[in-house]
Design a binder for this molecule. Sequence first.
Ligand SMILES: Cc1cc2nc3c(=O)[nH]c(=O)nc-3n(C[C@H](O)[C@H](O)[C@H](O)COP(=O)(O)OP(=O)(O)OC[C@H]3O[C@@H](n4cnc5c(N)ncnc54)[C@H](O)[C@@H]3O)c2cc1C
Length: 513
Amino acid sequence: MMDFDFAILGSGFASSLCAAILAKNGRSVVMIERGKHPRFSIGESTTPAADFLLHHLAVKYGLSELIPLTRYGSWTNQYPDIRCGCKRGFSYVWHGDGSQYVATADHKNELMVTANASQEVADTQWYRPDVDSFFLQVAKSYGVNVIEEAVVEGIDTNEHGHHRIAYSFQGYRQSICSPFVIDGSGPNSLLMQKYGGDDLTDQLLTNTSAIYGHFVGGQVTENWLKKRNAAICDFPYPFDQAAVHHLFHDGWLWQIGFDGGLTSLGFVTKTTSQREDHKAADSSRFFETNSPEFAFKEWESRLNSYPVLRSMYGDCLCTNFPGRLFQVSRIQRLREKAAGENWASLSFTVGFIDPLHSTGIAHTLSTVERICDVVLSPDIENLKTDLQAYSSQVVCEFLHIDKIIATCYECLHDFDLFSAATMIYFAAAIALERHRGLNMETGFLLARDERFCRIVDQVNRKAKTLTEGNSSIEEHKTGTLIAEIQSCLQPYNDVGLFSPAIRNMILHTTAAK
Ligand SMILES: Cc1cc2nc3c(=O)[nH]c(=O)nc-3n(C[C@H](O)[C@H](O)[C@H](O)COP(=O)(O)OP(=O)(O)OC[C@H]3O[C@@H](n4cnc5c(N)ncnc54)[C@H](O)[C@@H]3O)c2cc1C
């Protein structure tokens, strides 16, 4: 049996980054991966906070080969073979019940929030098969041992209190030993089932399902707007160079474009089904539920429900790789613990809230940094306390993100209200980005800023009251809530998020890169 200082489960970009950092610091590391790269993975749209965090980690740990990935310009210049897309910001178009889009000069039904000043310094859409393969190569280059196509079958403890991880590889049962495990294996983690405490999913307010895949073509929204006489001359960037959101009363569709005409499309739908329903339907409720054939039928049926989307995306063909669509019944999940005495889990293994607002990659990178700081600290005495603090912080952050996102879903019935609710996220993101993602004192997205958390609570409660059992929502109540959000956010808003003069075209929200 082989012994390593660290065993890391999974080899997504986050596991590989952790592994590279630890190996660079002289630790022996093994990574165990169920699949084989390049493999499909979702979670593609970055934010300035994600870029700042990656840049910071690359500088702090001397991983200079990662720095070009933090800007679209340097990425495409230095790594033209790692596919990506240019992301200048967040674009929204409002369809209501599917037929309510109307072009107006004041952009009543569009919202654009610019994140970067130019294409050169723009954020990126990560084509994960290429990106994750690259991170894996980086980890290997620092001496990380990688075992691919190995299925973890059991984790127990040996006589020294070290983890013994049993896995099957090419039909043989093998095992490795390590005093510390970092879990980046995502949903359905064996380690989390054993040590992660209670499943807190039922406490989450956001409740959505998703169906998604990669398509040829599909970066079509600006043209569609043009044909409907939208005033595109004051768009701060090309509408499709963004995480494009097509919003409906009951959900939204994402359009994320990669260079070369490849597009990620995904429907996210509000659901009311509870956990037990999902359990009954499929025990692996968090991932790729249902067969590819079922997912394809579902996709077709969603396009049929929204003729406007059928007209835009009906001709797009599913790409040969991975050659299928994916469906998740309820996306949300959360475990009670993110770490214990001799283990720690990365963000996406502890939980996930929603693709809305693209919080996943930045949060994941923030957990990579925190775990590496703790386990590399010479202050061994505090290891247990630091891991406990990490665990409770990460769980609190998920509950905070959940409230911000659930509020946006509560407000989907009215675009002005949704836009106002969305500004709660942007105010928090701006604060995080201003500190280049480094000021964790206020927590991820201000999760530890008490005043901000009170605003999040208050708006969430009011948004719920507005919609609860109410088929006709009074306009004046919506207006009052919008005014209240605007007023609460004033201390956090120095970029004119609500300025009527900018008519939903927000020019530049983040610190210069
Ligand atoms: C529908 C959806 C949309 C999203 N959109 C966005 C977005 O736009 N922007 C954003 O920032 N985030 C988004 N996210 C979140 C994003 O996907 C995650 O933050 C990110 O993928 C985390 O990466 P990771 O490397 O931690 O894990 P993953 O990429 O999930 O990697 C986990 C690895 O573990 C391996 N594995 C699994 N089980 C085992 C096992 N038993 N043994 C060994 N290996 C195993 C898997 O094969 C995989 O390679 C989205 C998530 C979902 C579900």
